[in-house]
Ligand binder design. Structure first.
Ligand SMILES: Cc1cc2nc3c(=O)[nH]c(=O)nc-3n(C[C@H](O)[C@H](O)[C@H](O)COP(=O)(O)OP(=O)(O)OC[C@H]3O[C@@H](n4cnc5c(N)ncnc54)[C@H](O)[C@@H]3O)c2cc1C
Length: 538
């Protein structure tokens, strides 16, 4: 075994006995490779990655390729697509597989239904003032995401990243590299022409009625499997709007389909599912870190504690959880030199979720997904705004006349991740109550769009819905970002201030937004950039 990375697995007898009820899960963990040791390389270089979302997956692959012996800790389980089409829960009949150890599950924070606790897909962090939803499992948020992989416009990117000068190199190199890895492409014309995609066609027509051309972008979808869904050869998933609880047909190109298997194929990367990191401290004699993780079972009991150490540590636990680990390490004194800026800059990407109901156009009671294109409006008083159509993930109770849209606006409103001494844990604080700038700009555009696209054309009857009480508006987000923000708590290369060899590769680096598009592609592209720079210098 490489001397730089020692796995000191400590299982107390008492813990093992206490966990006897979880022995089934223990066996499953062993079968999943939880104790596996990757083939040693000769380079003597070692790394740990925490988390397997977009940032963690990119880091794992690029480290493996560069010959770093890499351990990847992921607190969630591995999901392998089953032939019977029953890998994930469905939105019409959800169960515990849809939620991370929660008693309820829902696609928005307010529409929860009771389920059994399980290491399922969606983790809702209930903050003060906002709920932020994350994907959990090998693949992280890419398992849950709607597969929208869009590149922000230069002016919108520069608005949120004013000091990141090289948008052009991202556009020329890193966005295309990430899109190629995720095998992303636009909605093909033959699928858009299918009756199940009437919603996408109605949306395109609505945008044209509004006076704009929809801007097409890529989706991380295997469209051949979608064609199989439409012809009855694969389990209907994307074609019935099911994405948030996982895609049973296997058509979603989540990172467990591309980056992560490629990382494992290097022979240098070991992924450890059901390993929840809870402590980070520096090594005492030389550069590097010691990381402690709980091996958990499917009741969230600790089976044992694993300790690993390596020369370099890459944080990819997702914006809140990466920040939480650092905020807690600073408060507990294991990483006391971390910047006081850690925890700043949490934002919801300017997200404002709306429904449009009672429409005269036919959107389809069951809507093929994920969506089609984006409309930009640069003429709003509060600055540019964008909106995407999102196929409704449930059969519409209002027939064919309801659909969902996500508006994104620029706003400077930000929250913080702080250490709560009473609860001895990090908490999310978002001190911008209902009626904030984000709400006002989002609602203004929802009304404006409705007036121009529907009412002006005499198609009255439709109305926008953005009430928080119904789970819309800005009370919750799928796109929580920030906490270890570039040029504040970390440098342009992702190096976290205060400690050498510590890097942020996930959405925590983004200053609360990425610029009027969904964030995953920018996270992957920025991680590619960070890893390029790291590999060149190491
Ligand atoms: C329902 C839903 C739909 C979405 N749709 C889209 C979309 O269409 N397009 C888009 O661009 N974005 C979308 N997003 C957002 C997107 O998923 C995230 O922006 C993205 O996944 C963030 O990537 P990341 O690298 O920051 O980390 P994440 O993807 O959040 O991954 C972090 C990983 O770290 C793990 N982890 C956390 N804490 C620990 C710990 N202590 N120990 C070990 N492991 C840990 C988590 O389990 C997780 O697997 C969606 C999100 C959700 C929830």
């Amino acid at each position: 075994m490489n001397s730089d990375l020692r796995h000191t697995t400590r299982i107390s007898r008492r813990t093992a006995l206490r966990s006897a009820a979880g022995l089934g899960a223990l066996g499953a963990l062993a079968a999943a490779g939880a104790n596996a040791v990757a083939a040693p390389n000769d380079s003597g270089k070692s790394a740990i990655v925490i988390g397997t979302g977009f940032g963690g997956s990119v880091a794992a692959l690029r480290l493996g390729e560069a010959g770093f012996r890499t351990t990847v800790f992921e607190r969630g389980r591995r999901w392998t697509i089953r032939k019977d089409g029953n890998t994930f829960a469905s939105t019409t009949a959800p169960d515990g597989r849809a939620a991370w150890f929660s008693d309820t599950v829902g696609l928005t924070s307010t529409l929860g239904i009771p389920v059994q606790r399980y290491p399922g897909l969606l983790d809702t962090v209930k903050g003060n003032g906002i709920s932020s939803v994350y994907g959990v499992g090998v693949g992280g948020g890419s398992l849950a995401f709607g597969a929208f992989t869009a590149i922000p416009r230069k002016q919108d990117f520069r608005h949120v990243f004013p000091e990141v000068a090289d948008y052009d190199s991202l556009a020329a190199t890193y966005y295309p590299r990430a899109l190629a890895m995720l095998n992303a492409s636009p909605l093909p014309a033959d699928i858009m022409a299918h009756p199940r995609y009437v919603g996408a066609r109605s949306w395109a027509a609505t945008v044209r009625r509004y006076g704009k051309e929809p801007v097409a972008f890529d989706y991380a979808i295997d469209w051949d499997i979608v064609r199989d869904e439409l012809s009855g050869k694969a389990t209907p998933s994307i074609t019935i709007g099911e994405l948030g609880f996982g895609v049973n047909s296997g058509a979603k190109n989540s990172t467990d389909h591309n980056y992560l298997p490629a990382a494992e194929r290097t022979g240098n990367v070991t992924i450890k599912p059901m390993h929840e990191v809870f402590e980070i401290r520096p090594r005492s004699r030389r550069a590097g870190f010691i990381v402690k993780a709980r091996v958990i079972d499917d009741q969230h009991r600790t089976v044992r504690i694993v300790t690993a150490e390596a020369d370099h540590l890459f944080l990819g636990a997702g914006s809140f959880h990466t920040t939480r680990l650092l905020v807690e390490a600073r408060a507990r004194g294991t990483l006391p030199r971390l910047s006081t800026r850690i925890g700043d800059g949490f934002g919801a990407n300017g997200d404002f979720l709306t429904a449009r109901a009672g429409l005269t156009d036919d959107y389809g009671a069951i809507q093929g997904g994920p969506g089609f294109g984006r409309v930009y409006e640069d003429g709003m008083a509060g600055g540019p705004v964008s909106m995407v159509y999102h196929s409704t993930p449930l059969p519409s109770p209002l027939g064919k006349t309801l659909t969902t849209n996500l508006i994104q606006v620029h706003t400077d409103e930000r929250g913080t991740v702080d250490y709560d001494h009473a609860g001895r844990a990090a908490v999310l604080n978002y001190p911008h109550p209902e009626g904030n700038v984000l709400d006002r700009r989002g609602a203004a555009f929802a009304e404006h769009f409705h007036q121009r696209a529907e009412a002006r054309h005499g198609r009255v009857g439709g109305f926008p819905v953005y009430s928080r009480a119904a789970g819309f508006g800005s009370g919750s987000t799928y796109h929580g970002l920030g906490g270890v923000v570039i040029n504040q708590a970390a440098d342009q290369n992702g190096a976290v201030h205060g400690y050498d060899n510590l890097y942020v590769v996930d959405g925590a680096f983004a200053p609360g937004a990425v610029g009027l598009v969904n964030p995953s592609l920018t996270i992957a592209a920025m991680a590619e950039r960070t890893m390029d720079r790291f590999v060149v210098t190491h």
